[in-house]
Write a protein that binds this ligand. Structure first.
Ligand code: ADP
Ligand code: PRP
Ligand code: MG
Length: 209
């Protein structure tokens, strides 16, 4: 049996067509069903539905053989103990700094609100900017509006969330997409099944790009 960890929401929605192309279609729909383990049209493959930030943990411990996670989540988690063989090119966005549209450029020691503490620390250090990082779990865009922080580090896609909150994108830190990750022991023990799945996925993705 192969277990694949995916998060509900955009990763699930965008991964579904890729998985369907390799014959993996969940039998239940996580939107309407409270099951956390989903059987699929392939008897040897099941999906587990977890929070996006938990995907590296499940795969690292071998609770899932494979997982689909954003590069942002993988970098922040520090997923060195996982294989990351495939860029699925889904859930694409940019990790950026953003500030109030009228705010001056950063000067001196600045306060930064983000859920990406490690990435932000590394980024500001590389820029020679002294930054105090304030860890948040969501609604980062609010922080500059209420004086909690000078700027934020967050994901930007259309820019609608920034615009709706009078913020503007400033520095582009990196491009983000979702990756397939694999447990190292599973890669050995279930090599045939995993290698053939990787091969099929890779061919389909290459055709699209
Ligand atoms: P969460 O509940 O953790 O925010 P999401 O489904 O919003 O879960 O995000 C999962 C992953 O999708 C993120 O780690 C990121 O890689 C990507 N992502 C998040 N927001 C966007 C977005 N607005 N557009 C495209 N991809 C995104
Ligand atoms: C993400 C991200 C931004 C927004 C950016 O939030 O944290 O707030 O998308 O996308 P945009 O540039 O197209 O507006 P998400 O929709 O995932 O909400 P949540 O993580 O706070 O639930
Ligand atoms: Mg989100």
């Amino acid at each position: 049996m192969l277990t694949i960890a995916v998060s509900k929401g955009r990763i699930y929605e965008e991964a579904l067509p890729l998985l369907a192309e390799v014959g993996i279609e969940p039998i239940d729909d996580p939107k309407t069903c409270r099951k956390l383990i989903l059987r699929t049209t392939r008897d040897d493959v099941q999906l587990v539905i977890i929070r996006a930030t938990d995907v590296p943990t499940f795969v690292e411990y071998g609770a899932a053989d494979l997982g689909i996670a954003g590069k942002d989540v993988l970098l922040e988690h520090g997923a060195e103990s996982l294989y990351e063989p495939l860029d699925l090119n889904i859930a694409r966005c940019r990790l950026m700094t953003a500030a109030h549209k009228n705010a001056p450029p950063p000067y001196g020691r600045i306060r930064v609100a983000t859920k990406y503490v490690k990435i932000a620390q590394k980024y500001f250090a590389s820029q020679g900017i002294q930054a105090e990082i304030i860890k948040l779990y969501g609604s980062m865009e609010l922080a500059p509006l209420v004086g909690l922080a000078d700027c934020i580090v967050d994901l930007v896609d259309t820019g609608n969330t920034l615009r709706a909150n009078d913020l503007e994108p400033r520095e582009h830190i990196m491009d983000i997409s979702s990756r397939l990750v694999v447990n190292k022991a599973a890669m050995k023990m279930k090599n045939q099944a995993i290698a053939s799945l990787l091969d099929q996925l890779e061919k389909n993705i290459a055709q699209k790009n």
